[in-house]
Ligand binder design. Structure first.
Ligand code: MF3
Ligand code: CO
Length: 250
């Protein structure tokens, strides 16, 4: 299987397992098993970029409620009303990386959180709708920020989408907001991109890293949600490669 097929399959199986009483470590076990079945390898486990203090300890990131990103799987039992973002990166037998995510509702959500999830998924598709050969990444960032603001929500200013290939994080960076010091590029036909704007009902602050060295949470403990697709840029649009969520399912 190709990298984008593997991440789609694993995420579907993890999402189908998530319900009250299930833990992040249980989802991690499902992921390891299905990655193997699909002939893939974890990219996350042992991932040690220069900015990190220690290697990432797991194959999945499990971001519960106010976790923004890089949530290390734990023994916490999911509860009715929680939202759980499941983020996964793999390498396929050809050495190509796949990276995708979704946010799963556990039981019944309150209206505000339900809306956060819906707008988060819609924002990913709003970005996708504007992708084609020749588009500038600063235009994409303005479109993303405006869309989220129009829904009275905020998009995280620190984490970005990215190109992907033989490495998980390649250029171009796909920013969700306009900030000083960002380097903008032009999208090209054939680029494979990961689109992953992170939304919150609280502040767009860059967040706080927990003592595990990885898990990043919102400073105000307000919930955070993100849906990540892999796409291939074409002359007049893009092809969505991953199939683990679609708008009609949310
Ligand atoms: N999968 C994340 C992304 O969307 C990165 C995870 S890095 C890890 O870019 F080390 F936490 F796994
Ligand atoms: Co990514």
């Amino acid at each position: 299987m190709k990298a984008h097929e593997i991440v789609s399959e694993v995420l579907k199986r993890m999402a189908a397992t998530a319900r009250p009483g299930v833990t992040g470590l249980m989802l991690e076990d499902v992921a390891i098993k299905v990655i193997n079945e699909c002939g893939g390898h974890s990219y996350n486990k042992g991932y040690f970029p220069s900015w990190a203090t220690k290697p990432y300890p797991a194959a999945t990131c499990i971001n519960i409620n106010h976790f923004i990103a890089h949530g290390v799987p734990s023994n916490y039992k999911f509860r009715d009303g929680d939202i759980v973002n499941i983020d996964l990166s793999v390498v396929d037998p050809d050495g190509i990386c796949g990276d995708a995510a979704l946010t799963v509702p556990i039981g019944d959500l309150n209206k505000r959180t339900e809306r956060l999830l819906r707008v988060a998924a819609n924002t990913t598709y709003e970005v996708i709708r504007h992708i084609k050969n020749g588009v500038l990444t600063d235009d994409l960032a303005r479109i993303t920020q405006r869309f989220v603001w129009n829904h009275n929500l905020l998009v995280n200013r620190r984490f970005t989408g990215h190109g992907i290939g033989v490495k998980m994080h390649e250029f171009p960076k796909i920013y969700s907001t306009i900030e000083d010091g960002q380097v903008y590029e032009t999208l090209k036909t054939g680029d494979i991109l990961c689109i992953e704007p992170i939304l919150t009902t609280g502040t767009d602050d860059i967040g706080v890293t927990l003592d595990d060295g990885w898990t990043v949470i919102t400073r105000d403990r307000m919930p955070s949600a993100m849906f990540e697709h892999m796409v291939r840029v074409t002359d007049d649009g893009c092809e969505v490669l991953t199939t683990h969520f679609s708008l009609d399912a949310i």
